[in-house]
Design a protein around this ligand. Structure first.
Ligand code: RUB
Length: 411
């Protein structure tokens, strides 16, 4: 190659480049692997080619600006990215495209990404955000506390609505469909949405505000239509599985003028990208892009405490990305979910803070007293954590929490 992609030590203008941090495992010298990656993802060549003039190379070539151990920083010129504003697919095919399959690299993980204003401005971010959700629920300070209707599949619309009603009576602010439930024969979307809306109206008439996220995940050409229908049938929040539907689906739902309810973003399948510490895409760039695309609430992990793989620092970084003020969007409500039960709430709140939505499926439905008491146990645990009272202490005067702690413990 006549030109070098290595610009080690160069300080690029962060408003003119998309800056990515990759963790690279390679048998080659790191500089060589880093150059291959910058070349593949910008000018796209592995050899000298007659059409690559110096002018093109200098203007559009990726620049390797730092190599720190196995972490390589590459800056891609903003001109490499689409003039069509807000186009995630094209952004991803540069920052997280062919590089995963390069021979020169054994493993590679996109750890973080920083976008210049010119790209950020192409996206609108959340319509409601964390504060919008709090406003809808009239819950200004305490963590939101929710459930995922369980079993994941198999319940009828009537039983699902009953579950939602009972969990609201137990004090929960949120409930949601699980990622695998959309419009199956046993629980048609229309009937479920209508019955849940009735349950939520009933709760509101009895003095309790609650929202339920209806899962509208479906094929790209139908998702807006399905969301519009769900909204017309009474959905107060919709949910989308971002990685199976695509970031563009989140963006379409958030930006479509006809959709006037918040978007809850589930991240099913993320483990295929996030779990290997040396390969894939960490949750942090996923969280940043979900926020750009307009997710109002986003699953961020349970800070190494629940049933899903994850660690405290990475999940904390995800939460920080939900609230980072510098990007100019509304804040996202981080959702901690997966193997949560009342005995874990105090630890989660200590690690995540109060600006969080904590939810439990089994930790509600598995309570020996049923869904309402399970919801009470969760709500009491959240109240105790908010008030700074140890759960065991609070349980002395709150039976539902006491039973949950006896059943599942606090580990
Ligand atoms: C929760 C559940 C959710 C996971 C996803 O059920 O299965 O889909 O929270 O987790 P339960 P994440 O409360 O019974 O474990 O979004 O963190 O990957």
């Amino acid at each position: 190659m006549d030109y070098s992609y290595l610009h080690l030590g160069e300080r690029v203008d962060p408003e003119k480049y998309v800056v990515c941090k990759y963790r690279v495992t390679t048998k080659l010298p790191m500089e060589k692997a880093a150059e291959s990656l910058a070349a593949e993802q910008s000018t796209g060549t592995w050899t000298n080619i007659s059409t690559l003039e110096k002018g093109i190379f200098e203007k559009y070539g990726g620049r390797v600006t730092d190599i720190d151990g196995n972490v390589v920083t590459v800056a891609f010129p903003e001109d490499d990215f689409c003039v069509e504003v807000g186009a995630v697919p094209q952004i991803l095919s540069i920052i997280a495209g062919n590089l995963f399959g390069l021979h020169a690299i054994d493993k590679i993980r996109l750890e973080d990404v920083f976008f210049p204003r010119s790209i950020r401005e192409g996206f609108k971010g959340p319509k409601f955000g964390a504060s919008g959700l709090r406003k809808i629920l009239d819950r200004p300070e305490r963590p939101l506390v929710g459930t995922i209707v369980k079993p994941k599949i198999g319940l009828s619309p009537k039983d699902t609505a009953k579950y939602v009603y009972e969990s609201g009576k137990g004090g929960l602010t949120n409930s949601k469909d699980d990622e695998t439930l959309v419009d199956q024969k046993f629980c048609p979307l229309q009937d479920r949405t209508v019955k849940i809306a009735e349950a939520l109206d009933r709760l509101e008439s009895e003095g309790h505000k609650m929202v339920h996220a209806i899962n509208v995940s479906t094929s790209g050409h139908k998702i807006i239509e399905v969301a519009e229908k769900a909204q017309a049938w009474g959905a107060k929040q919709i949910m989308v599985d971002v990685l199976t539907c695509g970031f563009a689906a989140v963006q379409a739902l958030a930006e479509d003028r006809s959709i006037k309810v918040p978007v809850h973003v589930h991240r099913t399948m993320h483990g295929a990208m996030t779990r290997d510490p040396l390969h894939g895409i960490s949750m942090l760039p996923i969280a940043k892009i979900c926020r750009m695309c307009g997710g109002d609430a986003l699953h961020v992990g349970t800070l190494g405490i629940g049933k899903m793989e994850g660690d405290r620092q990475s999940d904390r970084n995800n939460i920080d990305a939900c609230f980072d003020r510098s990007v100019g969007y509304k804040e996202v409500m981080p959702v901690c979910s997966g193997g949560v039960y009342p005995g874990l709430i105090d630890k989660i709140v200590k690690a995540a803070g109060f600006d969080v939505q904590i939810q439990a499926g089994g930790g509600v439905a598995g309570h020996p007293g049923g869904v309402r008491k399970g919801a009470m146990g969760m709500s009491q645990a959240v109240d105790a954590a908010f008030l700074g009272i140890p759960a065991e202490e609070y349980a002395k005067t709150h039976d539902e929490l006491k039973i949950a702690l006896e059943l599942w413990g606090s580990k």
